[in-house]
Design a protein around this ligand. Sequence first.
Ligand code: SAT
Ligand code: MN
Length: 586
Amino acid sequence: MSTPLESWVEESARLTKPSKIVWCDGSEAENDRFTEEMLRDGTFAELNQNTYPRCYLHRSNSNDVARTEGLTFICTRDRNAAGPTNNWMAPAEAKERVRPLFDGAMKGRTMYVVPYIMGPAQSPYSKIGVELTDSAYVAANMRIMSRMGKVALDRLGSSSDFVPGLHSLADLNPDRRFILHFPEENLIWSIGSGYGGNALLGKKCFALRIASWMAREQGWMAEHMLILGLEDPSGKVTYMAAAFPSACGKTNLAMMVSALEKEGYRVWTIGDDIAWMHIAADGTLRAINPEAGFFGVAPGTNAKTNPNVISAVHSNTIFTNVAMTPGREPWWEGMDSDAPKGLINWRGEQWTPAMGPAAHPNSRYTVPAAQSTSLSSHWEDPAGVPISALIFGGRRARLAPLVYESHDWQHGVFVGATMASETTAAATGAVGVTRRDPMAMLPFCGYNMADYFAHWLSIGPRLKNAPKIFHVNWFRRSAEGKFLWPGYGENVRALKWMLERIEGRAAATETPIGCVPTPESLSLDGLSIPPATLAELLRVNSSDWAEEEQSVGEFFKQFGDRLPAPLRQEHQALAARLSRAAVASS
Ligand code: SAT
Ligand code: MN
């Protein structure tokens, strides 16, 4: 008798017709073998093995460098289950359309069976997935990003309790590229792309889109959030989870070297991208990081913005679409050094400045979490860490102050549901356009976002001490376009204010949007921020916010009656507070 996994592998092999099937065990020896094969067939270029031992460079097809949201679908029987913010296809239609593309797609190639655990191997909250892929690069990345191989097969046994994901590079043609999710049967199909979020199916496809659906059914949360611990001078650690859209600094915040280290404030990393959060028996919200590595944006990463990752990526790291120096070291824009002579760009060509960026703006490193010196000793706690603060944020050149606190859980959900950010290179399409990205989940919520808001609203009342909900904006600019806040390690100052709000110690000013720090309540020693700049950073401009309030109304319209009433109430309450403030100031 074959197990459910064996049957599915056989069935998928009959469809895709690989010449060989390799079951991955996740071992060092196996990884060495894959590496050799990839060096031989050009999937990998070897980096300098003296300065970057066991580090390799992968150059992807130039049409395949970011997530393709337009080709990503939620396939549910009822269209409304996917909601207005997702692309939708009926499951039968999706399969009819895409099955022929899988037919024979692996001919002459190897099918890798990649079993993996999302979450610590021993955690009751962890879940198993199996990805079938014809990309050794995907298998090698999955080995870093999850607990991959024997450990997963051992945990699975003969059970059918795993999320199957079928992936093929096929011909990498965007016209035949589909990233399909079937949440009603926990199934993922991805074809035509080898890029991160499209192809590493444990990450966005499973740990966010499929898991968000499971989480609603089972009463927990799957969120696009980093998890960090802030240690205070007494040694006490307070855990926080923060949602920012892709390429808005989650990794850098989670791995930060604190500017207040001398004062005793340190940041410990639990995760940099995804949080699975459960309500524990004691009423706390407990978070695990389902991943085991970081798939971070390279450009802009340097010894100032993220020293921890700079040292971590010096071994066992896969670089994707970065540039390479003549000494075969990785290079990208915003690294500490200027572009050296003889640089090879991400396409593998001799680079000249006229050619534009040498590293692709969405180039990435894949590094084991365990290599970061900032990693918390609790990062694999099976029960997760207790969360005291939830933070939303994005890139807003104007509008949002450095940090503010919502009034309560319901208002905090409104703040998350209405957050917006300027788009980045992490997805294909225009960069720098402001779009609403609720909870940073717009591209990752596997069901109707109105129902997702309702799910969020239902969680707070079930918690004993619901986390406080904050909003941050590191990206506010002056009229001249200069950043007002130094960011990076200095962001700990905002975290410290949040910690003191949680403990009831820091002062704040009530504004129509929430509580903003008083200038004195922020620890700014050692920073020379002129009082006028600080005032601008913390300012809540009522007429800008009145415009924002209008645009929120437009955004909410698409959800019709499905939008939970409490969010409508919060919207009206905001409008009322803003008009009272306008009357008071006129
Ligand atoms: O989608 S990826 O996981 O490749 C990166 C991101 O956009 O967050
Ligand atoms: Mn992400």
